[in-house]
Design a protein around this ligand. Structure first.
Ligand code: IPE
Ligand code: IPE
Ligand code: MG
Length: 235
């Protein structure tokens, strides 16, 4: 099995998974967060170097206030544990998204986590929080305009590589494989620029049930894809 270098996941279906068991949606989020922890280890053991998960979108603020609060509290706990785990397993953690809208304590927790793990050489783990790809692109464009005005960069020098360096994913290679769990076949404002040539994989399995076997199956499908990047491959 040839592991993709970068796997991105839209972890979907926590709520439906819990409801199907007659349990509150928030229970699904708790199990979903536990699964993220487990999958960090599994991905790394399979040889994946970059793992990017979508935890909370810019649109998820539209959910009921108590669900948003519960998710934010889960993220608080999750990030607190993450700093300990990252030091143990040498994981480098980055948070993608517009952090300015998050509570102060969460922001400083993220700052500490990124600072403490930045030189770690194990799994590169990215969590997208208050992330929306359109928002990310707009923030990049605004910063580019600013840097052109202050003459830090020149319009003529702007190319795809330089543009990429203005995105939250600066320095991270584009995903090779995108997995979305729980049946929906859409991108929901995730990594629109970065997914330009990514292989897409959709499964009906809900995120809390997605484990090593399911990931191996996705990688097997990925291994059978022919990535041409617009070119022709002679047979
Ligand atoms: C994914 O599960 C987690 C978040 C978006 C925060 P959902 O909460 O979207 O679960 P479903 O799709 O409603 O079942
Ligand atoms: C996408 O899932 C966002 C995250 C996984 C954080 P949603 O459940 O919010 O997406 P839609 O609403 O089904 O498109
Ligand atoms: Mg959903």
């Amino acid at each position: 099995m040839n592991a993709p270098k970068h796997v991105a996941i839209i972890l979907d279906g926590n709520g439906r998974w819990a409801r199907s068991k007659g349990l509150p949606r928030n229970y699904g989020h708790i199990q979903g967060a536990k699964n993220v922890e487990k999958m960090c280890e599994i991905t790394y053991n399979l040889g994946i170097q970059y793992f990017t998960v979508y935890a909370f979108s810019t649109e998820n603020w539209l959910r009921p206030k108590d669900e948003v609060e519960a998710i934010m509290n889960l993220l608080r706990n999750y990030l607190k544990n993450c700093i300990k785990r990252a030091q143990k397993n040498n994981m480098c953690v980055k948070v993608l998204g517009d952090l300015s809208k998050l509570d102060e304590d969460l922001k400083s927790q993220i700052f500490e986590l990124e600072k403490a793990t930045k030189d770690n050489k194990g799994l590169h783990f990215q969590v997208a929080i208050n992330y929306g790809s359109r928002d990310e692109i707009l923030r990049a464009v605004k910063k580019i305009i600013e840097d052109t005005e202050t003459k830090k960069i020149r319009k003529d020098g702007l190319n795809e590589e330089l543009f990429s360096s203005y995105l939250d994913t600066k320095g991270i290679p584009d995903p090779d494989l995108l997995i979305r769990t729980s049946g929906e076949q859409r991108i929901s404002n995730y990594l629109l620029w970065q997914l330009a040539y990514t292989e897409l994989y959709f499964t009906n399995v809900a995120w809390p049930d997605f484990g090593e076997e399911e990931l191996k199956e996705a990688i097997e499908v990925y291994n059978n894809r022919d990535r041409r990047y617009g070119a022709v491959k002679e047979d």
